[in-house]
Design a protein around this ligand. Sequence first.
Ligand SMILES: Nc1nc2c(ncn2[C@@H]2O[C@H](COP(=O)(O)OP(=O)(O)OP(=O)(O)O)[C@@H](O)[C@H]2O)c(=O)[nH]1
Length: 252
Amino acid sequence: MTAVWATAAIVGIAFLAELVITASLSAFGRLPQSASDFVLDALLLAALIAAPIYWLVLKPLRREYEKRVQAERRAEDLGQLAITDPLTRIMNRRGITVSVLDAMAQAERYGNPLAVAMADIDHFKQVNDTYGHEAGDKVLSEIASVLSESLRMPDKVGRYGGEEFLVVLPHTTLAQGRKIAERMRSAVGAWPFELGGKQTSVTISIGLTQFQKGEDLEQLLSRVDRALYQAKAGGRNLVVTEKIPARSASRA
Ligand SMILES: Nc1nc2c(ncn2[C@@H]2O[C@H](COP(=O)(O)OP(=O)(O)OP(=O)(O)O)[C@@H](O)[C@H]2O)c(=O)[nH]1
């Protein structure tokens, strides 16, 4: 589109220049040109002035534009890198924290429900101790993929700590959140992890709660942690929903 405009501008300038030249020549007594000669001369002039305009103006402008696009892309990539966990390729703690804070602000402002879950791998130390740290890393990556695939937009998952994943479920009630958490739990439980040359199952425990208006991140996460603790204490491979105090529940 820019090229079309530039060509039109150059042809326009050439016609104007040709008009000035013709007017000057006729002022000096030269016979007026025929219309076709005028157009032909103007086009010739356009071709003559197009080359220097292209090299002196358009090419440097284009180069500058491409440099800026590349710089923006690099900045975007760096920004993405800063919020990505290198092992699992999902969001890291910083990324998912920004996501949960955003979701909390939305829920606070518009009053939509927001469910938050913390998933933690069961007996993960045993996996590392038995099969090695590299095998443990592979399990972490696979669990991250299984969790990501169990979610839909605008739900988000990020690696919050070593073997902990934070899940943010905007526009989701506790009952709906529970179904999603159960789906994640059973998807991980059914996944055929290959450890020590044979298929093995690994499970996760999940604590789930719902954001309460007026609370901060620390309060929300301490409630979800409490639910996770109960899931571990209850035998693991469980989803435990944190009981919301009646006063808060009525505000939800
Ligand atoms: N391979 C690997 N292991 C990790 C990573 N981050 C944390 N871990 C391991 O995660 C394990 C966590 O162990 P614990 O906190 O005792 O928990 P657990 O064995 O999963 O037991 P429960 O949570 O009570 O079921 C430790 O062995 C850590 O070394 C990591 O990036 N890679």
